[in-house]
Design a protein around this ligand. Structure first.
Ligand code: DC
Length: 227
């Protein structure tokens, strides 16, 4: 049976602005928002902390199961008021670190982990609607999304945007190392066997290289309302 709850899927490479756009579109429509990358980042953070091998699919799936079924209260994953909590520990900032993003991209190649996170992602679909951002929202997780957007931007512009964010937060780093890092992550996300980063059939491709966030948000809302 067709699911009547609308989903807007926004996929794209690292630092394409999809997270900000998804949040703004969700706010505008009064929809819930799913940042699927945050789930991979949480598992990446825990894998680094617990010494779980980044290519150990079954062990990574066990970490995902632990945070989603959460028999242990200290492992319970919650999203509250824009914060991401693991038990009582606030990991909102910790998961944004570049090393965690790198680990997330590596573990995301594991099919066992992707399968373990599927139900949790689909459970976020609730009335009046959901805006979901990631790599495989339109292809795998919500293939019946009513609007699929593939958000791209020139890699140099993405590196500059990310660099500015990091500097504002007081994190160290150079533009050149960030650029190399983004290129490496893009290549891995695009070429992996499981749920690679590709535009879904019927996705609208939006190149934000020369666009403001406001213009991107307006375009997505325009497509949704026209649909
Ligand atoms: O969107 P992000 O940079 O927070 O995502 C971090 C990593 O997680 C990304 O490099 C690949 C992985 N990811 C994924 O495989 N599938 C998703 N739907 C979202 C993220």
């Amino acid at each position: 049976m067709m699911n009547p709850i609308p989903v807007i899927a926004i996929d794209g490479p690292t630092a394409s602005g999809k997270g900000t756009v998804a949040q703004r579109v969700a706010q505008e429509l009064g929809f819930a928002c799913l940042d699927s990358g945050a789930l991979y980042r949480v598992v990446g953070l825990l894998a680094l902390e617990q010494g779980v091998g980044l290519d150990d699919g079954p062990a990574l799936a066990a970490v995902a199961d632990a945070i989603t079924t959460a028999e242990d209260p200290a492992m319970r994953l919650r999203f509250a008021d824009g914060r991401i909590l693991l038990g009582t520990r606030d990991i909102t900032e910790a998961i944004r670190r570049e090393e965690v993003g790198r680990a997330a991209s590596r573990i995301a190649t594991a099919g066992e982990l992707r399968a373990a996170l599927l139900a949790l992602q689909r459970a976020q679909r609730r009335p009046p609607g959901l805006v979901a951002d990631g790599r495989d929202m339109g292809t795998v997780v919500f293939p019946d999304a009513c609007l699929k957007v593939f958000l791209i931007a020139d890699v140099r512009v993405r590196a500059e945007r990310r660099y500015k964010q990091l500097i504002e937060k007081g994190y160290p780093g150079t533009l050149e190392s960030l650029l190399r890092d983004l290129e490496e992550r893009d290549a891995r996300d695009r070429t992996r066997d499981r749920a690679p980063l590709v535009a879904a059939d019927g996705a609208k491709i939006l190149d934000s290289t020369a666009m403001t966030i406001d213009a991107v948000v307006a375009q997505v809302l325009g497509w949704y309302r026209a649909g």
